[in-house]
Design a protein around this ligand. Structure first.
Ligand SMILES: C[S@@+](CC[C@H](N)C(=O)[O-])C[C@H]1O[C@@H](n2cnc3c(N)ncnc32)[C@H](O)[C@@H]1O
Length: 405
C-alpha cells in the first residue's frame, strides 16, 4: 500500500500520523480511511461542538463507522460510553435508533439536548424562554437579589462573589420555570447553564484544575448564557434539517445513566445491530473529576459515577484491574448483540498504567476470544501523547460475535 498507510503488523515508523492496518486489507483500509478523513473535516459541525466533553470522538470517525457497520436505515445502534453523544448524533442523522449509556449522570441530558430534533415552532418557543430567563437574570443582578449557591466549598472558591450570585440566580430561574414548560426545554436550559459554569470560573481551562484570576464583570455570565443559547438554536436548525432528510426520518433515542458492564440488565430484552463506541483509554482521564463542578451545580449524583468509572487515571490501576474492566465491558457488549451479522466497533487509545504503556489493539484482541468475539479488521494511527510521553496509538477495531466459549 502507498500513501500514509503501512500495511500488516510491521514495526511502525515513529512519526505521528502513520497508520497500520490489521486483518484483510479490503476490510481494514476503509477503517484507516476514517483517520485520514478526520484530519481534514471540521469536528464542530451540527451540534457536535456545543458542550465540551473530554476525549470527544471525531464525528467523521463516528459517522463513517455507522455507515460501514449498518446496511439499511432503521438499525439499532448502541454506544455504551456515549459521553457527549457524537455517535448518537451521527446515527440519528443516518436514520437509526440509538441507545446511549454513560456512567456520568450529566451525559443523558447533554445527549438528549444535542441530538434533539426541533421544529421551527420548538425553536421559536425556546427563544422566547431564553429571553425571559435572561431578562429575569439581569433583573436579579440589578436588584442585587440575595441567593445562596449550593456548592461544595472547593467549588465556591472558584468564583468571585458577584459571579457566584449571578449563576445561582440564573439556576434558580431555570429550576423555577413553569411546570407547564416542555421538559426538553428545561433540560436544554440546564445543559446551557452547564456549558458556561467553567468558563466564568477561575479555572484556566475547562478540563484543567489550574486556577488563574479572570476578570468576570457583572452580567457577563448571563450574556454568555444567552449567546450559547443562540448558538444552540442555530445548531439545532442544522441538525434538524440533517435528521429530517435522513432515510425514514427521525427515529428513537434513549439516553441512560448506567454502567457499561451492566448492559444486559439496562437493555432488558432489547438487542442491537451494532455497538459503536469509544471507551475510556486506560489510565488516561478522570471523567468524574473533570465533571465534578458541573455535577455539583446541577445537583447530580457523583458517588456512583466515581465508583463505576472504568480506566480512571486516579485509580493508578494495575493491568489486572484494567484487564477486568475492559473484559467485562466487552462481555456486556457481546451479550446484547442481535445476531451473527452484528458488529462491535471500538475507537480506543493505548493505556498508560503508571509507567506501563499497553497497546490497546493487542489488549482487545487478547480479551475478545474469552467473551465470544473475534477480530474482523482494525487500523491504528500514531498520535502525539497529550501527557507528554512517547507517541501513543489510537485504534479503530471491528469485532464480530462467535459462539460463546
Ligand atoms: C472517550 S469518552 C466517550 C466520548 C464520546 N464518544 C463522545 O464523543 O463524546 C468515555 C466515556 O466513558 C464514560 N464511562 C467511564 N466509565 C464508564 C462505565 N463504567 N460505564 C459507562 N460509561 C463509562 C465516561 O463518563 C466518558 O463519557
Amino acid at each position: 500500500m502507498s500513501g500514509p498507510f503501512s500495511s500488516g503488523r510491521r514495526p511502525l515508523a515513529h512519526a505521528p500520523g502513520a497508520i497500520t492496518l490489521h486483518g484483510p486489507e479490503e476490510l481494514a483500509a476503509p477503517l484507516a480511511e476514517l483517520f485520514v478523513r478526520a484530519r481534514s473535516l471540521d469536528p464542530d459541525v451540527l451540534t457536535h461542538g456545543f458542550h465540551v466533553w473530554p476525549a470527544r470522538l471525531h464525528p467523521a470517525i463516528a459517522g463513517g463507522l455507522v455507515e460501514l457497520l449498518t446496511f439499511a436505515p432503521g438499525a439499532t445502534i448502541l454506544d455504551p460510553f456515549v459521553g457527549g453523544g457524537t455517535v448518537a448524533i451521527e446515527a440519528r442523522v443516518r436514520g437509526h435508533d440509538v441507545i446511549g449509556v454513560d456512567a456520568n449522570p450529566l451525559s443523558p441530558l447533554v445527549v438528549r439536548t444535542k441530538a434533539r430534533i426541533t421544529s421551527a415552532d420548538d425553536r421559536a418557543a425556546f427563544h422566547v424562554l431564553l429571553q425571559a430567563l435572561t431578562e429575569r437574570s439581569f433583573e436579579r443582578v440589578r436588584d442585587r437579589r440575595p441567593v445562596i449557591a449550593k456548592l461544595r466549598g472547593e467549588h465556591l472558591s472558584l468564583y468571585g462573589t458577584h459571579t457566584l450570585k449571578e449563576l445561582a440566580g440564573l439556576l434558580e430561574e431555570i429550576r423555577g420555570l413553569d411546570a407547564g414548560i416542555d421538559p426538553a426545554d428545561r433540560e436544554a436550559a440546564l445543559v446551557l447553564f452547564s456549558s458556561i459554569v467553567s468558563k466564568v470560573s477561575n479555572r484556566r481551562a475547562d478540563t484543567a484544575e489550574e486556577e488563574v484570576r479572570k476578570r468576570i464583570r457583572k452580567g457577563l455570565s448571563t450574556e454568555l448564557f444567552v449567546r450559547k443559547g443562540e448558538e444552540l438554536l442555530e445548531r439545532w436548525a442544522d441538525l434538524s434539517r440533517a435528521i429530517q432528510s435522513a432515510p425514514r426520518g427521525p427515529r428513537r433515542l434513549d439516553a441512560i445513566t448506567g454502567d457499561a458492564r451492566e448492559l444486559p440488565r439496562i437493555l432488558g430484552p432489547r438487542r442491537v445491530d451494532a455497538v459503536i463506541t469509544s471507551p475510556p483509554y486506560g489510565g488516561t482521564y478522570d471523567y468524574a473529576e473533570q465533571h465534578a463542578l458541573r455535577l455539583d451545580w446541577l445537583n447530580l449524583p457523583r458517588a456512583q459515577f466515581e465508583r463505576s468509572e472504568i480506566g480512571a487515571r486516579r485509580h493508578e490501576a494495575p493491568l489486572e484491574r484494567w484487564d477486568r474492566e475492559l473484559g467485562d465491558s466487552l462481555a456486556a457488549m457481546r451479550a446484547v448483540l442481535r445476531g451473527p451479522a452484528s458488529r462491535v466497533a471500538l475507537v480506543i487509545g493505548d493505556a498508560q498504567l503508571g509507567h506501563r504503556r499497553v497497546d490497546a489493539h493487542d489488549h482487545v484482541l487478547s480479551l475478545a476470544p474469552k467473551v465470544g468475539l473475534r477480530p474482523v479488521a482494525a487500523a491504528s494511527e500514531e498520535r502525539q501523547d497529550h501527557l507528554g510521553g512517547p507517541p501513543r496509538r489510537e485504534h479503530v477495531i471491528v469485532l464480530a460475535p462467535r459462539p460463546l466459549p
